[in-house]
Design a protein around this ligand. Structure first.
Ligand SMILES: [Zn+2]
Length: 413
């Protein structure tokens, strides 16, 4: 299992069932990604204890520190622990529920907070002004036990009945019950059982159910699948004839509410092998499509396994690219390593230079992407002659005088 997850993405403080303690865990992914740029929902990650090597699986959308498109978490600020802004939810002791902050005023000694009640009425709270130098969790806390079903690994929490702060350090399964592990401020570890409605069904029950479901929807290949379910996670092995088919199966499974997530080991075995050179041509044509928000790209292809590295300037790039690549016949797998870079001033300039090149009569038949980043600008795409390659560089140079040129234009005849 460990060899399938070679890329260490982050380190998190998590509960290890073998050490019976909280310690650093390496979070490993099958494909590298930058936590800052985020990743998709449902990406399986292996959490490996740095101390003893014991591991378990969690998913990208279950971590507070990884940005995924689905995450819209609700956090509540706590009086005395957080700096407040209008619009925040604020929890005060002895209040039945958090209230919305409308405004804050303070003088040297006192702070006056205007709050909005659930019935829309305003009220003021005055208390001695306390300057907060450093916030432990600037975005606030999850209120436990009410927000337990939405908790993410690494979330800071406030346990209301116990009046204690802590953080979420694990989702574990004991005696067939799903529990959330908390590390409290006094260094004790607390296990809270997840409400019955949010518990995952038993492993065998889920296995039987999904064997039937896959056979019904994905015949004939599903007959060869091997399925294992542990703690709401489905592990899937087998062969499929195409990448498109693999995606269909994974999309189907990702929509299943009964599962926490899927770890797949599906192998694509194309019915008719396609030469790498032909796949490369199709991949380059997609990368050269000017409507995709990418630049500074490179790709390698080996036995139908495609690896692409690129910069992008929109978080939609990953999904757009993946949708297009999946349709190429003969692809067995692909790895996309996109790094998000935004340079608004260079971007506008690049677009106008690209338009100018596009309209030039001597550059007919070419498709040229112009982009700038740092101290360089890039020319990518294709031209029909060496002359066009030089002309494009010369013309672009007039507008990017102080920048270095990376001319990656392909000459196709
Ligand atoms: Zn351990």
């Amino acid at each position: 299992m460990r060899t399938h997850f070679p890329h260490r993405i982050i380190t998190e403080s998590l509960f290890c069932r073998n050490c019976r303690n909280v310690g650093d865990h390496g979070i490993f992914a099958r494909e590298p990604f930058f936590p800052r740029s985020g990743t998709k929902k449902g990406v399986p990650l292996l959490c490996v204890c740095d101390h003893c090597g014991t591991f378990f699986v969690a998913f990208s959308h279950e971590f507070a520190s990884i940005r995924t498109p689905a995450a819209r978490p609700v956090y509540t600020k706590i009086l005395g622990r957080n700096r407040l802004s209008p619009g925040d939810w604020l929890y005060m002791k002895d209040e039945p529920r958090p209230l919305k902050v409308k405004g804050i005023f303070h003088n040297a000694a006192e702070e006056i907070i205007v709050l909005k009640d659930t019935d829309g009425k305003e009220r003021k709270v005055e208390h001695p002004y306390l300057k907060i130098e450093k916030e432990e969790s600037p975005r606030g806390y999850r209120l436990f036990p009410f927000q337990l079903p939405e908790a993410l690994l690494g979330d800071f929490i406030y346990h209301v009945p116990r009046n204690q702060f802590g953080s979420v350090v694990g989702f574990i399964s004991d005696n067939a019950k799903d529990r959330v592990a908390l590390l409290l401020d006094d260094d004790s570890i607390l296990f809270i059982t997840v409400p019955i409605a949010a518990q995952y069904l038993g492993n065998e029950k889920l296995e039987r159910f999904f064997i039937e479901e896959l056979r019904e929807h994905f015949s004939p290949e599903a007959a060869s699948f091997r399925i294992l379910v542990r703690q709401g996670i489905l592990f899937l092995q087998g062969n499929v004839p195409s990448f498109v088919r693999k995606r269909k199966i994974l999309t189907f499974l990702s929509e299943q509410k009964l599962l926490r997530g899927v770890v797949e080991f599906l192998t694509v075995k194309p019915l008719q092998p396609v030469p790498d050179s032909q796949i490369e041509n199709s991949v380059l044509r997609i990368l050269e499509d000017l409507s995709l928000p990418i630049f500074n790209y490179s790709c390698t292809i080996q036995n139908g396994n495609v690896e692409i590295k690129a910069f992008c300037y929109s978080e939609t790039a990953h999904a757009l690219l993946e949708d297009r690549l999946a349709l190429i016949p003969g692809i067995r797998s692909f790895s996309l390593r996109l790094e998000e870079h935004n340079s608004a001033s260079l971007h506008q300039k690049s677009l106008s230079v690209a338009r100018m090149l596009q309209e030039h009569p001597r550059l007919q038949g070419a498709r040229i992407r112009v982009s700038g980043f740092g101290d360089s600008f890039f020319l990518e795409g294709f031209v029909t002659s060496i002359f066009q390659k030089r002309l494009a560089a010369l013309m672009a140079f007039r507008y990017f005088k102080s920048l270095k040129l990376k001319n990656n234009l392909r000459v196709i005849l």
